[in-house]
Design a protein. Structure first.
Length: 467
């Protein structure tokens, strides 16, 4: 009898091993793992590493979108759902080790500019994101994608990224309590307040970890600062971090946000809202292009074999992710540059992205813990992200003072006024005036002139609304 039992166990274990090997071979064929010089185990490790680098978005994005009056818990669920869907699209359609999540630029514009500053409803803003994603997908299917990349002025692209970086820094400084209102506009927070000291400590930690290239730098900073907040009181006398009654719970998706579009409100105010809708498309378009090029190029360096393909399927996946994100109830979804840490860990295929999507889905069960993360923990991360975007000023595209003029003006206007659309309009118009003054007529592309006209109309209409 014992011999029979052992034989049965061996037969059963052998069947399990064969099944595992069969799954492994199927994954290898589907994702071309061996052909790209990787292994399933390496792809799983790379997925874990990438998730650690992008997981902070589950805390930061809801904190930003809740400024627009949206429920914080609802935004956690939509952030996770959009990240799962977007990353799966990139894995299955493009077979690339790239994670997608709500972009750390469009969410600021969505909440601060569109909803808070312009007074537009979230339903109209979701419709704007939806249309931007549709246009992205349509262009990805044509040759116009490359024409737009080639025809858009580099200083303007740099200025958009830098102005958004300045905007994110401003939001991070105010939400963390490092900047407080004063009769002169803003003043630095009182250093004798424990909350300000904790925010500075969180900022220092996030910067040091990022400088040391720790894979989960942002996430670790949020966790450490949140834990420290359990012992630090805010100005109101309450603890900065207050633990929920339950660490985990069954996820409750806000179905009322599905297809929450107000196209009537959008088209009724299309002249004022068109420039912002155009921004949602442009930011996703150029961020996705730059990020995916950087990731695929880095994955190709230092190894033999064919380069990772960056074709229409990758751009369609990114555009479709924004469409699905708007349907689910969140801001523009785009590729994350933090995917580079997964590439450094050996990720070369969509299996890496599949692991990231699975971990995002698993995180939805810990939403009570995510809601406990305080603004003093997410604010420093925003500052680090914004400063990183400002580093674009040192790029080769802005090697001359003339090329720096527009981005610098956009940064200054954004920091002083908090009005990103005004900064974008002024930067575009200044760049055009400099080209006219230098008589560089060839650089006055139809795209640039068309954008100038759009933003002149926008400034006129916005000034009329303010009046």
């Amino acid at each position: 009898m014992p011999v029979g039992i052992r034989w049965g166990d061996d037969e059963k274990n052998g069947g399990v091993r064969r099944a595992i090997r069969g799954v492994g071979r199927g994954l290898d064929r589907y994702f071309n793992i061996t052909r790209r010089g990787s292994t399933p185990g390496r792809e799983v490790v790379a997925g874990l590493t990438t998730f650690g680098a992008v997981a902070y978005i589950m805390a930061v994005n809801p904190a930003i979108l809740s400024m627009a009056g949206l429920d914080h818990h609802d935004m956690i669920m939509t952030t996770i759902a959009a990240s799962v869907c977007g990353t799966l699209l990139m894995a299955l359609m493009a077979n690339l080790p790239i994670a997608l999540a709500p972009a750390m630029s469009s969410n600021i514009i969505f909440a601060q500019v569109v909803v808070m500053h312009m007074g537009v409803s979230a339903a109209v803003a979701f419709a704007m994101v939806f249309l931007g994603g549709i246009v992205f997908v349509l262009l990805a299917l044509t040759s116009w994608r490359q024409k737009i990349i080639d025809g858009f002025p580099d200083p303007v692209v740099c200025g958009i990224r830098c102005a958004i970086g300045a905007f994110i820094v401003r939001i991070g400084m105010t939400t963390s309590g490092l900047l407080v209102p004063s009769h002169d506009g803003f003043a630095f927070g009182l250093l004798r307040q424990p909350a300000v000291e904790l925010a500075l400590g969180g900022l220092a930690l996030a910067m040091v970890l990022s400088y040391l290239r720790v894979p989960a730098a942002m996430l670790l900073s949020i966790i450490v600062t949140s834990c420290a907040g359990l012992f630090v009181h805010g100005p109101d006398g309450r603890l900065l971090t207050r633990l929920p009654a339950h660490v985990s719970d069954w996820p409750h998706y806000p179905y009322h946000l599905l297809f929450a579009f107000d196209f009537h409100g959008l088209f009724a105010n299309i002249l004022v809202l068109f420039p912002v809708t155009l921004y949602f498309f442009l930011s996703d378009f150029f961020d996705a292009t730059g990020t995916m090029m950087a990731v695929t190029q880095r994955a190709t360096q230092g190894r033999d074999g064919p380069p990772l393909p960056l074709g229409r399927s990758a751009f369609c996946a990114d555009g479709a992710a924004s469409v699905i994100g708007a349907i689910l109830g969140t801001s523009t979804v785009s590729a994350y540059l933090e995917s580079l840490v997964g590439v450094e860990a050996g990720g070369r295929t969509g299996l890496c992205a599949m692991v990231v999507a699975a971990l995002f889905a698993l995180s939805s069960f810990f939403w009570p813990l995510i809601t406990a993360i305080p603004a003093v923990a997410t604010g420093p991360v925003l500052i680090v992200v914004g400063v990183g975007m400002l580093s674009t000023l040192a790029s080769p595209q802005t090697h001359g003072l003339d090329d720096l003029a527009s981005p610098l003006l956009m940064v200054v206007i954004t920091l002083m006024t908090g009005n990103f659309m005004l900064a974008l309009a002024c930067g575009l118009l200044l760049h055009t005036l400099l080209l006219v003054g230098r008589r560089q007529w060839r650089r006055l592309t139809p795209m640039l002139v068309g954008l100038d006209i759009v933003f002149v109309v926008f400034l006129y209409l916005e000034s009329g609304m303010q009046g």
